[in-house]
Design a protein around this ligand. Sequence first.
Ligand code: XMP
Length: 326
Amino acid sequence: TWTMVNIVEETVEKIRAVAGDKQVICGLSGGVDSAVAAALVQRAVGDKLTCVFVDHGLMREGEAEQVERDYVAATGVDLHVVDAVEQFVSELKGVSDPEEKRKIIGREFIRVFEHAARDIVAKAGAEGDTVEFLVQGTLYPDVVESGGGEGAANIKSHHNVGGLPEDLQFTLIEPLRTLFKDEVRAVGEQLGLPAEIVWRQPFPGPGLAIRIIGSVDHARLEVLRRADAIARAELTAAGLDRDVWQFPVVLLADVHSVGVQGDGRTYGHPIVLRPVSSEDAMTADWSRLPYELIERISTRITNEVGEVNRVVLDVTSKPPGTIEWE
Ligand code: XMP
């Protein structure tokens, strides 16, 4: 539409005015926000932009491959991939406090970006040059809920707003800071990004780390990743992807539930299904998914994922619950 063309053009102009011909990096998470932010910046500064994909091991099944393949195919952007799985998982070891997890993840992201920035400059052979700008896909609701908006309380420090270190070496470019998700999607379509990217359900930057209630380790990540993959596959197979705003699958890793499977009693963990409907993530309602779909997901998870002997459905709206469990 006319307004979207305007928003895109104005934003691109503003980015160009700020960034000039300096090097810019943008972290890609696989989500809509960082993808659209990067596409806007690419339009403004062209090959001065390098995207960085940090594989922190907290992604869902197939996500890392998707970014490496689909996003590059769609945009032709320069992609710098960093394998930081061990770094993140070891820094998170033994940590179960959610804000602490976010802080650690935010800090490690910046460490990786700083390191990547040096590599990118070295590769470009631009001696004495530095990467001055870091693009973040911060949206208006992130600003409000992290306490950055006027008079707003700090509900949750989303890592891409509240979790940045004080001695940050980059100047932030946040082209989506005034937009809501539906507007970001419209901008993405305007920029010609493919539907698989534009219509992806939101997924938090700290990834599966904040969907494991308890501390994070490889084994727990694997359990959650498999349960999540089943829930996503079944939702897609039912043709309901666009009816659901977001579908967190949560592992209650510190809770033990008793079950009976096969020949005996088991002592496992519950998985929580948290499908929600929403307009902007500021408020939400639990999605009334068909019982047959919930049944299929539950049966498959308890059959196919060892360690899980119970599946529960979250029927809380936001407020009073938040979308994520932590
Ligand atoms: P809540 O759980 O506060 O979430 O209702 C609102 C929206 O924000 C996402 N979320 C995050 N996104 N970093 C992010 O990038 C975070 O730390 C974070 N915590 C929550 C959540 O998935 C939902 O879309």
